[in-house]
Design a protein around this ligand. Structure first.
Ligand code: NAD
Ligand code: UDP
Length: 394
């Protein structure tokens, strides 16, 4: 496998060692899977949890056995971190608190996790001349310029007012009381720090801005493999509602718009960055699917029914009858508490990633929802049924 693989410029790809921080999360688990099944690279997988990569770590008969080693550690306070970064050719930092329900309710943890805890990673990479791929977020763009125009302004339809470009668009956040922006602001500052390390000290870096990557293993289902009161990101919230046969909750009417990209498409982009350093270093990349734009309301409606057909995606998957009242509106204050705010619209400009890496997303929203909901049903339906069937303690 190793000898036949070439990069985008036709050069053979040499096997490398990757220190992956946050390898046990949603994106990390898919990236580890890709690296194990399709490349000769070795992964030092760092995380506090490993449930989502257990299938890669065991059994010992896995063909990649020995190429992935799990190190259970918290990067906040573990002296092994620098040594592991030094052992690797490349560090990928995915570790973060990145669920919006935390941004306004645990702003200190959010800022520490996304900025302070990432500082030693950047420092060790810079001091030891190691390449860094750092995961930021599309949320650094905040709100679009267009969102400040009058509702009926024709300019709102002009892409110049909403398409998000890595090297041109400003970062527009709400006031400090709107603590939702604690995450975006922390991510923005770590991006600026990494960029400055590149400019002043020659750090070789790539920054990734994911635009709503979704798919199997995203987050958790409350009360099943996460806290009962926990609020995951929208895919898991809606999946949870569907599994429990509850209406999907649309925050502030579900008017915000998002573009969703299938995790497996997005991972292809990350692999191109890993294996084409000359094309990826020094760049910030939007990674999303501009063709998969919907309002959150439309996402909810899609998760309940297949386009143009009268049967239900989820019930197609589960065999259950359709929900009657499929959605319900809730205020953001009720759902997330004080200090919540939202990004209105997120369309990634794809020029830079296209030019540098020739990457394009492939999977339509319909297709990715169908495969993801099939996974959710297979993984959780029985467990949820059991929880629902339990008599409530009086
Ligand atoms: P995730 O929560 O599933 O994964 C993050 C992982 O980091 C978790 O396994 C967690 O245990 C680990 N981690 C957190 N703090 C740690 C610490 N102190 N020490 C060791 N491990 C720690 O999230 P994800 O969706 O996989 O996101 C990964 C990265 O991508 C994050 O930086 C996130 O901000 C960014 N991102 C993701 C999306 C998306 O669409 N999924 C969108 C925007 C940005
Ligand atoms: N949202 C919703 N109902 C839910 C969960 C989320 O309407 O049960 C909305 C949320 O307000 C936001 C969008 O869905 O407008 C996407 O939320 P997500 O948590 O996935 O993260 P974001 O894209 O905001 O980073």
């Amino acid at each position: 496998m190793a000898s036949s693989r070439v990069d985008l410029d036709g050069n053979p790809i040499k096997p490398i060692t990757i220190c992956m921080i946050g390898a046990g999360g949603f994106i990390g688990s898919h990236l580890c899977e890709k690296l194990m099944t399709e490349t000769p690279h070795t992964v030092l997988a760092l995380d506090v949890y490993n449930d989502k990569i257990k299938h890669l770590l065991e059994p010992e008969t896995n063909p990649w056995h020995g190429r992935i080693n799990f190190h259970r550690l918290n990067i906040k306070h573990d002296s092994r971190l620098e040594g592991l970064i030094k052992m690797a050719d490349l560090t990928i930092n995915l570790a973060a608190i990145c669920t919006p329900a935390d941004y306004n309710t645990r702003p200190l943890d959010t800022i520490y996790s996304n900025f302070i805890d990432a500082l030693p990673v950047v420092k060790y990479c810079s001091e030891n001349n190691k390449r860094l791929i750092h995961f930021s977020t599309c949320e650094v763009y905040g709100k679009t310029i267009g969102s400040f125009l009058p509702k009926d302004s024709p300019l709102r339809k002009d892409p110049a007012y909403y398409v998000l470009k890595e090297d041109e668009s400003p970062c527009i956040f709400g006031s400090i009381e709107k603590q939702r922006w604690s995450y975006a602001c922390a991510k923005q500052l770590i991006e600026r720090l990494i960029y400055a390390e590149g400019a002043e000290n020659g750090l070789e870096f790539t920054i990734v801005r994911p635009f709503n990557w979704i798919g199997p293993r995203m987050d958790f289902i409350p009360g099943i493999d996460g806290p009962s009161e926990g609020v995951p990101r929208v895919l898991a919230c809606f999946s949870n509602n569907l599994l429990r046969k509850e209406p999907l909750k649309l925050v502030d009417g579900g008017q915000s718009q998002r573009t969703f990209v299938y995790i497996k498409d997005a991972i292809e982009a990350v692999l191109l960055m890993i294996e084409n350093p000359a094309r990826a270093n020094g760049h910030i990349f939007n990674v999303g699917n501009p063709n998969n734009e919907v309002t959150v309301r439309q996402l909810g409606e899609m998760m309940v029914k297949v386009k143009g057909l009268s049967f239900i995606v989820y019930s197609k998957v589960s065999g259950d009858p359709p929900l009657e009242n499929a959605t319900v509106d809730v205020s953001s204050k009720e759902f997330y508490g004080e200090g919540y705010d939202d990004s209105d619209k997120r369309i990634p400009d794809m020029t830079i990633i296209n030019r540098q890496l020739g990457w394009n997303p492939k999977t339509s929203l319909w297709d990715l929802l169908e495969s993801t909901l099939t996974y959710q049903h297979r993984t959780y339906a029985e467990a949820v049924k059991k929880v629902i069937a339990k008599p409530v303690a009086s």
